[in-house]
Design a protein around this ligand. Structure first.
Ligand SMILES: Nc1ncnc2c1ncn2[C@@H]1O[C@H](COP(=O)(O)OP(=O)(O)O)[C@@H](O)[C@H]1O
Ligand SMILES: [Mg+2]
Length: 338
């Protein structure tokens, strides 16, 4: 069993809601991430899936230390990095890099590709001393499948897929151990998505990277993930291996997401009963009591309003084969036969 490179313990990120003159009075909080725990093993890809607004990007930013956690711990190789600052933070940041969703807005249009990819070296000159930088950037261009001669071009001279390769090259510059990919292909044409995902997989084995791969639907992460975690309204509701999530999901929300995944085979599509969720996602400033999914769940009972379901139920209670699912009534969904 591989070691945990990252351990997240009861992580919380609340954004204060303020009101009044100079916004001085706090009247509430957006509970963007509200008590999340999971592990990332060395060399694995953990997919994180959930609808827009459920807190995926906030989780990524807190793990990257771009946002301070409200509470909880982020252990990188056993050391809590969530409250670091100054030199200690700088040194640990090198090891966790991010690839952003939108290659059209995340690259500065006034900088050359060489300056964009080489920018991290300004903060960490020890990785590539000044005289070696041009060569280092050209090597990175080559590694992501771009012509090293493009080093002096500007972002607008590249296609969407090529720009995302530039973003990936920049993410690799400091030789990180973890890369958090926040919807890296969501803004790209379907035909280009597979190429970028293939590149990420190839880089993972070449550089022994651990990935967190964030997406808003389950179909994209299936191919690349070893394990998948499903988020709803600031909580992780189910987490497990590929087979556990795609074939044996026990949380109704995961089952609803799965029923919406496109299937290529028309016969399978016909026979499949799609779960249509009623109602909108509640506000993260005012989430439902008990289970957050209960207002849209067809299985909800009184208990669901009163008692918060835990993600990790002791194995003795759930049986040895089951995986973590934050539902009071976890059950594999049986599809109607074709
Ligand atoms: N800086 C911020 N200030 C206040 N609320 C925020 C901020 N960033 C995100 N949010 C809110 O937190 C929730 C989660 O957002 P986000 O993490 O971007 O979700 P996702 O990436 O899953 O779409 C949303 O309700 C969003 O409006
Ligand atoms: Mg997001």
């Amino acid at each position: 069993m591989a070691e945990n490179i990252l351990e997240v313990k009861d992580l919380v990120k609340h954004y204060p809601l303020t009101q009044g003159v100079l916004f001085k009075k706090q009247v509430g909080a957006v509970k963007a991430v509200d008590g999340i725990s999971f592990e990332l093993k060395k060399g694995e890809t953990l997919g994180i899936v959930g609808e827009s607004g459920c807190g995926k990007s906030t989780l990524a930013k807190v793990l990257m230390n771009l946002e301070r956690a409200t509470s909880g711990q982020v252990l990188f190789k056993g050391e809590d990095i969530s409250q670091l600052s100054g030199a200690a933070l700088k040194s640990v940041r090198r090891n966790i890099q991010m690839v952003f969703q939108d290659p059209y807005t995340s690259l500065n249009p006034r900088m050359t590709v060489g300056d964009i990819i080489g920018e991290p070296f300004e903060i960490h000159p020890e990785v590539a001393p000044k005289g070696d930088r041009r060569k280092a950037v050209q090597d990175l261009l080559d590694v992501v499948g771009l012509n090293p001669e493009y080093i002096n071009r500007y972002p607008h001279q590249f296609s969407g897929g090529q720009r995302q390769r530039i973003g990936i090259a920049r993410g690799l510059a400091l030789k990180p151990e973890i890369i958090i990919c926040d919807e890296p292909v969501s803004a790209l044409d379907v035909s280009v998505q597979a190429q970028v995902i293939n590149l990420l997989e190839q880089l993972q084995s070449e550089f022994e990277l651990s990935y967190m791969f964030i997406a808003h639907d389950l179909s994209i992460v299936r191919h690349i993930s070893d394990r998948v975690g499903v988020m709803y309204l600031g909580k992780m509701v189910e987490i497990g291996s590929d087979e556990e999530i795609y074939d044996n999901a026990t949380h109704p929300y995961t089952q609803a997401l799965l029923s919406a995944v496109p299937v290529p085979d028309p016969a399978a599509r016909e026979s499949r009963d799609r779960i249509i969720l009623s109602g909108d996602i509640p506000s993260p400033a005012n989430p439902p009591s008990g289970c957050r999914f209960r207002t849209r769940c067809w299985k909800a009972e009184d208990r669901c309003a009163e008692e918060i379901p835990l993600l990790a139920v002791p194995t003795v209670l759930k049986g040895a084969a089951a995986h973590d699912s934050a539902c009071h009534f976890p059950e594999v969904r049986v599809q109607a036969a074709a």
